[in-house]
Design a protein around this ligand. Structure first.
Ligand SMILES: *Cc1c(COP(=O)(O)O)cnc(C)c1O
Length: 232
């Protein structure tokens, strides 16, 4: 599995270079290895390198991996969450990136109250207005936050987006720029109970551009582990 460590070093270098190009500190950026579909053996090298957080997108897989990694790594839920599964992940993940509707926010708040936990979450924004993707429109985010600020068991920590798959990552630059503009804007408004600490944007194909445009959390799967095999 040495190739995983080699890939990781390569991605770390690109993350740092992208940050430095725009006068940012590489340490400001969290590289979140996205381990979905990959077996435990492939995740071990990442933990050996000191990583303490991994990204997953399926509830069942989170449950299985939680059994194994409970004390060694925190999991982030990065995929769309169904209401009836909220309860199963709440005690197993440290951050939910994918609050993409008011209904799911309400459900998380309600279930979190039951277990007495304040859940850290990000608001997913569908910047590109991609029909196939979940998330709020850019122009509704502020209004939504004004509702969510009163949810006592939700702690909004920032924003997340999934940009379209494009052959030239430059084509996504405006998306990242627009979301960063909103992020900075909301942060300046200092809304009660709303933090703007985390801007989760950028995947294997476009994380360097995302960092140049202000991302401080990049979610990288393929770039570290190689292509996923969904048919195993
Ligand atoms: C799978 C996934 C990623 C990682 O994608 P790669 O292109 O393999 O880096 C990032 N974010 C989300 C939400 C994902 O589902």
């Amino acid at each position: 599995m040495n190739y995983i460590k080699d890939n990781l070093k390569d991605v770390e270098k690109k993350v740092a270079d992208a940050a430095l190009r725009v006068g940012r500190k590489p340490e400001e950026i969290l590289l979140l290895p996205v381990t979905k579909t990959h077996p435990i053996e492939m995740i071990e090298p990442i933990l050996e390198e000191g990583y303490k957080q991994i990204g997953e997108n399926k509830v069942q897989e989170i449950k299985t991996k939680y059994e194994v990694f409970e004390n060694r790594a925190d999991m982030h839920m990065i995929g769309h969450l169904q209401q009836n599964k909220v309860k199963q992940v709440l005690d197993k993940v440290s951050l939910i990136h994918s609050v993409d509707s008011l209904r799911i926010a309400e459900k998380i708040n309600k279930e979190a109250e039951k277990i007495g936990r304040v859940m850290d979450v990000l608001i997913q924004v569908n910047v590109a207005k991609d029909e196939a993707k979940y998330g709020f429109d850019l122009n509704e985010v502020e209004e939504i936050l004004c509702i969510l600020k009163d949810y006592k068991y939700l702690k909004i920590q920032g924003l997340m987006t999934i940009a379209p798959f494009v052959s030239n990552p430059e084509d996504n630059r405006h998306i990242f720029r627009n979301l960063n503009d909103l992020f900075v804007d909301i942060r300046q408004k200092n809304i009660d109970n709303i933090n703007m600490n985390i801007l989760s944007m950028g995947m294997t194909n476009d994380y360097e551009v995302a960092i140049e445009e202000g991302s401080n959390l990049v979610r990288v799967g393929t770039g570290i582990f190689g292509a996923r095999n969904y048919y195993k």
